[in-house]
Design a binder for this molecule. Structure first.
Ligand code: AMP
Length: 286
């Protein structure tokens, strides 16, 4: 049995559940509040706070986990990211109160006071800049600290930067870029555990890969095939299928980048494409 620690609530919980369900690992528990649930097969989910997941995995209470890379870096234990799950994107930034007179890293005093939920990451970054920070650890609402005179700097997570701006804070530097990751401990190799972890990585990555792609089917004049192939490269080249009573037309199927789909459709129409059908892909394993 491979135990996987998953966020029980908060920002990462919904996307995590959706990804696991898309990968066929349905969370089958007696209730939404359960501490554990079967994911089918040899996988079991363990629901905990995203903040606690790095320690859980490092201590061996879970074999793998899903949590933010910011939390993994803060934990400073022997953990590795097996897969970037591409959601929960944010940045850990150093910011200063607009009225502090600190407009860039060069303006930092020798011993700045920094309010943060990330004391280790904040200290490591500022010590790396040759400063001797005084860290004020907080458990949340860090952006109010400068207004209360508790600290002139904050180290906090942001995705758009708007909350920082709204609170009169100016970004000075990005300390790290984060997103949700599948993590595991750096442990000696156990063949059974390694195989199960690999299966999990393959299942999740096939869903992530498929999300950025679409399957396109189109009928095109046979004479246009050379040009259609340039528009629809596909994974290993498009599939070309004869159409019953199709005459001069053939059906072409290919996998294309989702973000380029509008351009692809327009180009196919110019080449005489008809009956264009675009579908989502559940999983993609090259
Ligand atoms: P939670 O406290 O359980 O809601 O989860 C917080 C985690 O969500 C953080 O550690 C980040 O990895 C991630 N996250 C993504 N965007 C943001 C954001 N704008 N602010 C805070 N956390 C974020």
């Amino acid at each position: 049995m491979l135990r996987i620690a998953l966020p029980n609530n908060g920002r990462l919980a919904g996307d995590t559940r959706e990804l696991f369900e898309d990968a066929g690992l349905d969370i089958r528990g007696p209730s939404d509040r359960a501490l554990t649930a079967s994911l089918g097969g040899e996988f079991q989910a363990l629901f905990v706070n995203a903040q606690d997941i790095p320690e859980f995995v490092a201590d061996g209470a879970a074999d793998a986990g899903v949590t933010g890379w910011d939390l993994v870096q803060e934990c400073q234990r022997g953990l590795q990211a097996l897969l970037d799950l591409e959601f929960g994107r944010c940045r850990l930034v150093l910011a200063a109160h607009e009225e502090s007179g600190i407009a860039s890293l060069e303006d930092l005093p020798r011993a700045p006071r920094v309010a943060t939920v990330f004391p280790r990451s904040a200290a490591r970054f500022l010590i790396g800049l040759g400063r001797e920070p005084e860290i004020v650890p907080m458990s949340g609402a860090v952006e109010v600290a400068p207004h209360l005179g508790i600290a002139e700097l904050v180290v906090d997570l942001t995705s758009t930067g708007s909350t920082l701006k709204m609170n009169g804070l100016r970004e000075l530097a990005t300390i790290l870029e984060s997103s949700a990751r599948l993590i595991a401990a750096d442990l000696p190799r156990d063949p059974g555990r390694t195989r199960a972890l690999n299966e999990l990585v393959v299942a999740l990555s096939s869903v992530l890969r498929a999300r950025g792609q679409r399957y396109v089917m189109v009928n095109v004049p046979r004479a246009a095939l050379p040009k259609v192939k340039a528009v629809l490269p596909g994974l290993t080249g498009p599939t070309v299928v004869d159409i019953l009573n199709g005459g001069d037309f053939v059906a072409v199927h290919a996998v294309v980048q989702a973000e380029a789909i509008y351009r692809t459709i327009a180009a196919l129409k110019v080449l005489g494409g008809e009956g264009i059908l675009v579908t989502r892909i559940e999983r993609l394993m090259p």
